[in-house]
Ligand binder design. Structure first.
Ligand code: SF4
Length: 306
């Protein structure tokens, strides 16, 4: 089947079978265009909570599907493939986190939502890139174990002045963002002298320091609403350009690096989406222990956010 035929079949199948499709901002454009809702991982988990649907096909990476299931225990959550993994989330395992907790017994534990459900069971609170500073400031403790992203940890330390201990440490990073370099920013700024640079806080400090804006994908989409700049250089996964152009067709968005691709996200294809819908494949099932314990740290984040 051609892509267009596959897209038509997917729309037909999801309607026949009562699915809603939720797609993360980093997916290929064809999948985003047939998703019922698009957004960042937490926005999608919250949309799922409000949705009148028994079956959700979530398209993103593994930890996002787990979070969606934890927040929507009564709904059936499916994914197109089990191969869509987030290497950053999987860089921290529960045993390592427990060892850090034993070493720093007085520290509070804040985990980025990009973490496994098993690790979330060990956290006091979860955060997103958008609310990490607010969450850490809100915790009545000056020493925080923060993971898995070392770059977000350093950003939070900078902005809060608290003692932030990154877990697991140097091995915790997103390869898509960690590979951005200061030299690449300087070249891009020379090429587009009137453009503003928007980067993700998962980027290294030398790149963040040259940015006009720093924020996750949810914030990136909103920036052109309050800034009338015509040109932007975008320092995140290249798929985000599709979403930005769709939302702001009168502006220009240039990727900081065309090769900034999340391999895990791109394991989701129209073909495996079609097959998963057709055969009701790849349902997310989590243990009772995870469902009961991991929700605590996520709910704590919602309490802070109000
Ligand atoms: S872009 Fe990075 S943090 Fe996001 S899903 Fe991919 S590997 Fe994980």
């Amino acid at each position: 089947m051609t892509n267009e035929e596959l897209m038509n079949e997917i729309i037909k199948l999801k309607e026949e079978k009562g699915y809603k499709i939720l797609g993360h901002n980093y997916l290929i454009g064809d999948i985003l265009d047939i998703s019922d809702e698009t957004g960042d991982s937490l926005a999608l988990a919250r949309k799922a909570m409000e949705m009148d649907a028994d079956k959700i096909m979530f398209i993103g990476v593994d930890f996002m599907a787990e979070t969606l299931k934890i927040l929507n225990p009564e709904k059936r959550i499916f994914v197109p493939t089990r191969a869509s993994e987030c290497t950053m989330a999987n860089s921290l395992d529960r045993e390592t986190l427990i060892k850090f907790k034993e070493k720093y017994p007085n520290a509070s534990v804040v985990l980025y939502v990009n973490s496994t459900a098993e690790c979330k069971m060990e956290a006091d609170c979860v955060c997103t890139s958008a609310n990490a500073i607010e969450i850490v400031n809100n915790i009545d403790n000056d020493t925080i174990l923060f993971g898995p992203d070392k770059n977000l940890a350093s950003y939070v330390a900078e902005k809060t002045g608290k003692t932030i201990i990154p877990v697991p440490g140097d091995d915790g990073f997103c390869y898509v963002h960690d590979e951005f370099k200061k030299e690449e920013v300087l070249v891009a700024k020379e090429k587009y002298p009137n453009a503003k640079l928007i980067t993700h806080p998962e980027s290294p400090k030398e790149v963040r320091d040259l940015s006009e804006y720093i924020g996750g994908t949810g914030k990136m989409i909103k920036i052109p609403l309050t800034d009338d700049t015509k040109d932007y250089i975008i320092g995140t996964e290249a798929g985000m350009i599709h979403q930005l152009k769709k939302n702001h067709p009168d502006r220009n968005f240039y990727p900081l690096k065309n090769s900034a691709i999340c391999i895990g996200m791109k394991k989701n294809t129209l073909k495996n989406l079609y097959e998963a819908l057709k055969e009701d494949k790849h349902e997310i099932i989590l243990s009772d222990e995870i469902m009961e314990k991991a929700v605590y740290s996520i709910e704590n984040m919602f309490k802070v956010m109000g």
